[in-house]
Every structure is written in structure tokens, then in C-alpha cells.
Design a binder for this molecule. Structure first.
Ligand SMILES: Nc1ncnc2c1ncn2[C@@H]1O[C@H](COP(=O)(O)OP(=O)(O)OP(=O)(O)O)[C@@H](O)[C@H]1O
Ligand SMILES: [Mg+2]
Length: 213
């Protein structure tokens, strides 16, 4: 923590998620939900222990291999992290760079913006959007690669209940179509209940699991 003390943001966690399942991570603010998602997605490295995703031990990977792994994961960040200088279309198309030609990237990005109800704002900049709209763009960007693994940090946290239901429906459709494994952090009991399983965390530890993981 910068003052000589150590905070264990994820401590003694042992967890197995079934491929193709949808799991919610629930817990109070500061309990370690984002940390857990960042570890699984290879954004943070644990000081000890191993993490394997689809049989690949990501804790063993070097920087290049880890970057390749991450490029196949769909991330929705709690703070969105859209690229400010790029239009919505270019933000959503960005994960496809190196995977598809420019025309295909734009077409796929437009499809995803359509799915989140923002295709008419495709040329706008992120700063011209509301928080909830930015969140929908972030979800479109996460889903554009048809990820095998979707990590979504409070994906409906800034949305009204109708839009939240639409986003959950979109995630459910992607899950059904591509057998996407979904791990999402949420404070919303309804969102948690829409998942197959709920992992409860407190002070960096898993305190309980409900549903079938
Ligand atoms: N870079 C960091 N340096 C020091 N402590 C950190 C850092 N990032 C997170 N933490 C601490 O780790 C703990 C877990 O944080 P985390 O962001 O995972 O919580 P969270 O469950 O996602 O909370 P919220 O619901 O508010 O998003 C918190 O105590 C937080 O202060
Ligand atoms: Mg968080």
C-alpha cells in the first residue's frame, strides 16, 4: 500500500469455473472483485499460485504470449477505458486490428453498436456520451471478438433497469451462441441471480459459492 503494509486483495482463493458457465462475483466495495477479474484476464499477476484458463496456465506465460491470450478475452472495465481520441466505431473495431481487414472491422463494429443501440452515434467521441452509453460501447467492444471468455466488471452499474436488462440479454445471447464463459462482478442481486453461480468474496477471500459452478 506504499506505507510498508501489505494488503492481500485476493488471498488464498481457490476457484474452478466450468467452461461455458456464467458466474457472478459479488461482495462489498473493496472486497476484491475487480482484482479477481484482472487476475483471470492476465492483467494482474498473482504473487503466488497459478491460474489456468481453458487449460493454459497463464501464470507461466511471458509478456508476448500473455498479450496474445488477452487479445482473445473480452473485457468490460469498471471505468470503461474507451480510447478518448477514437470514434465509437473505431473504439469497438480496435480489438479486431490484426484479425480482420478495415472494411470487415467497420462492418462488425457497426453490428455491435447496433446491438447496444448506439449505431446512430458511431462517429461520436466517448466524451460526448453519458456514462451508461459509454458502458454500452465498452460492452460492444468486449463482444466484438466473440470471446471465449468475457470478464465484465459491473457491466450494468451505470444503466437504468430497462437498458440493464437489454445488456444482460445481449450477454445471454452471446453466451448461448458462442458458449462464452462469463465472469462478471456486480452489486446488483438481479444480475447475480441471472448467472448460473455466485461467488461471494470478502476481504480478498472467497466466503461462499451458491448455484453450480
Ligand atoms: N493498485 C492498488 N494498490 C493498492 N491497493 C489496491 C490497488 N488496487 C486495489 N487495491 C485494494 O485492493 C482491494 C480490492 O480492490 P478491488 O478493486 O478488487 O475491489 P472491488 O471488490 O472491485 O471494489 P468495488 O466494488 O468498489 O469496485 C481494496 O482494498 C483496494 O483498495
Ligand atoms: Mg471493482
Amino acid at each position: 500500500m506504499g506505507d510498508g503494509r501489505t494488503l492481500l486483495a485476493a488471498d488464498d482463493v481457490s476457484l474452478t469455473l466450468a467452461a461455458g458457465s456464467r458466474t457472478a462475483v459479488v461482495g462489498a466495495s473493496g472486497s476484491g472483485k475487480s482484482t479477481l477479474l484482472h487476475l483471470v484476464g492476465g492483467l494482474d499477476r498473482p504473487d503466488a499460485g497459478t491460474i489456468s484458463v481453458f487449460g493454459e496456465e497463464i501464470t507461466e506465460l511471458g509478456a508476448k504470449a500473455l498479450a496474445d491470450f488477452r487479445s482473445g478475452v473480452g473485457f468490460v472495465f469498471q471505468q470503461f477505458h474507451l480510447i478518448p481520441a477514437l470514434s465509437l466505431l473505431d473504439n469497438v473495431a480496435a480489438p479486431l486490428i490484426g484479425r480482420a481487414g478495415a472494411a470487415r472491422r467497420r462492418a462488425r463494429a457497426a453490428e455491435m453498436l447496433e446491438a447496444v443501440g448506439l449505431v446512430d452515434r458511431a462517429s461520436a467521441l466517448p466524451s460526448q456520451l453519458s456514462g451508461g452509453q459509454q458502458q454500452r460501447v465498452a460492452i460492444a467492444r468486449a463482444l466484438v471478438v466473440e470471446p471465449k471468455l468475457l470478464l465484465a466488471d459491473e457491466p450494468t452499474g451505470n444503466l437504468d433497469s430497462v437498458t440493464a436488462a437489454e445488456i444482460l440479454d445481449l450477454i445471454a445471447r452471446v453466451h448461448a451462441e458462442f458458449a462464452t464463459t462469463v465472469l462478471l462482478a456486480t452489486h446488483d442481486p438481479e444480475v447475480a441471480a441471472s448467472c448460473d453461480a455466485q461467488v461471494h468474496v470478502s476481504d480478498g477471500r472467497v466466503t461462499g459459492i451458491s448455484g453450480g459452478v
